[in-house]
Write a protein that binds this ligand. Structure first.
Ligand SMILES: [Zn+2]
Length: 224
């Protein structure tokens, strides 16, 4: 249900706004990547990489800003990680992310084709790294140098604030490597998924999650 409300917000608000903005970008040649007059494939590649990086920045902001964290902590309150967690966001977080997404599209110069490629890759990536798929360890370790994996993203979903401040990427591992926030050496069986104070399934039910951002005792960034 929480995921349904979030998906509805994306379909009814984010997609119409962002898709039409992207068509304007193409028509009026707005944005950074349009300056370079690149071949189509290079423009797509650069736009997708920059969208991925600016989403990384947005993710950090949702933890650092106390108001955004009130919304984003709903996603972190899930008690175990699986593909459903990937879609389990408070719908107000989806609403407040629209101006950021609009700024990404205009500043980068994302045309409709690049946008569609990124949306598909992002959906595949977030379903994958929130899933409970257990990959062979050596393969996963090699892969985690390239993209976010379930084991590394599990560390980000730890109830321990210091661990939560790592592995922010939603796609390429490069951004965490460059920012020094990549963390790999945490045994999975020592991680408690969720946020402090929310350890019972009844505490993370729909009604409670919808009202959580607006609760008087909803605390600041990284303090839950
Ligand atoms: Zn997060």
């Amino acid at each position: 249900m929480l995921s349904g409300l979030s998906a509805l917000t994306i379909r009814c608000l984010e997609m119409p706004v962002i898709n039409s903005l992207s068509r304007q970008v193409q028509l009026r040649r707005w944005g950074l990547v349009k300056r370079f007059r690149l071949p189509r494939w290079a423009e797509d590649l650069l736009a997708v990489a920059l969208l991925d990086y600016t989403l990384f920045v947005w993710h950090v902001l949702t933890h650092r800003n106390r108001w955004l964290w009130r919304l984003h902590k709903v996603h972190h309150a899930d008690l175990d990680l699986d593909a459903c967690t990937a879609l389990r966001f408070h719908f107000v977080e989806m609403i407040v992310s629209v101006p950021w997404r609009a700024a990404q599209v205009v500043a980068i110069g994302v045309n409709p084709r690049s946008l569609s490629i990124w949306q598909r890759l992002l959906m595949a990536s977030i379903l994958f790294h929130h899933s409970n798929v257990r990959l062979p360890e050596r393969f996963e370790r090699a892969m985690s140098w390239l993209v976010m994996t379930p084991r590394l993203h599990g560390i980000h979903h730890s109830s321990e604030p210091a661990l939560r401040d790592t592995n922010w990427s939603s796609g390429l591992a490069l951004w965490d490597i460059l920012h020094g926030t990549r963390k790999t050496d945490v045994p999975q069986d020592t991680i408690r998924i969720g946020i402090e104070g929310f350890i019972q399934p009844e505490q993370v039910r729909l009604g409670h999650m919808l009202s959580l951002p607006f609760a008087r005792d909803s605390e600041g960034p990284g303090e839950t």
